[in-house]
Design a protein around this ligand. Sequence first.
Ligand SMILES: Nc1ncnc2c1ncn2[C@@H]1O[C@H](COP(=O)(O)OP(=O)(O)O)[C@@H](O)[C@H]1O
Ligand SMILES: [Mg+2]
Length: 223
Amino acid sequence: MVESHGRRVPNKWVKTEALLGHSLLASHIPPTRSYTADNLRSMLNEHGMVVIKPVLGSGGNGVIKVQQEGSGYSYSYYARKRQYATFEALFASIGSVKKKRAYLIQKGIRLATIGGRPIDYRVKYEKTATGWIYRSMVGRLAKPGLFVTNLCRGGTMVTAAHGIRRSLSASQVASKKREMRELTVAATQVLESKFPGVNLLGYDYGIDRNGKIWIFEVNTKPQ
Ligand SMILES: Nc1ncnc2c1ncn2[C@@H]1O[C@H](COP(=O)(O)OP(=O)(O)O)[C@@H](O)[C@H]1O
Ligand SMILES: [Mg+2]
């Protein structure tokens, strides 16, 4: 196998910031901030659900979903779910499971589901001697009981068409695939100019229950 020499940019913050500089792309990126108690509290007030993820993370590792529930809070970490009556108790508990590294907080997107399992999409885009080409576009269905769809966390791969048809509607298959391809082209232009040398990109797209497409992250040198 030929080893790819493309550039790797592991930091989720710098990639997100680069895309936020482009107005079309910015409207598809969930509001994102650094992890602090004040930001967690205000984002929970504003969005009701947020996702906390390591700035240098992959494979769904350490990703935590936090929700406001009635007058209290809950969070899901791997298959475990815990509930707390106060923000202080919630924050202390997250602090005890989190590693000592930087995290970011992102508005939680209520993904469209199949049989209650969230689905998102991976688009692989590669630079060749004659330009950028699509390698694949697939859906990833979360393992029952989990909110992350990563295949290494037990997610199931399905065709993008199957995923869109079953989680939204058959009438949206062509338009959602087209929109993901358009976002991929625009985002790749931004990332290539900001990070010259990238040549293999893996886009993680969520589609919410209203059919809106969200960019969760862009992987450089994905598996
Ligand atoms: N803002 C979000 N709202 C809802 N689910 C999310 C959000 N961000 C990530 N996820 C879920 O968590 C998974 C892992 O997050 P991602 O940002 O792709 O990090 P990783 O590098 O660990 O793959 C995603 O594939 C998706 O299923
Ligand atoms: Mg991912």
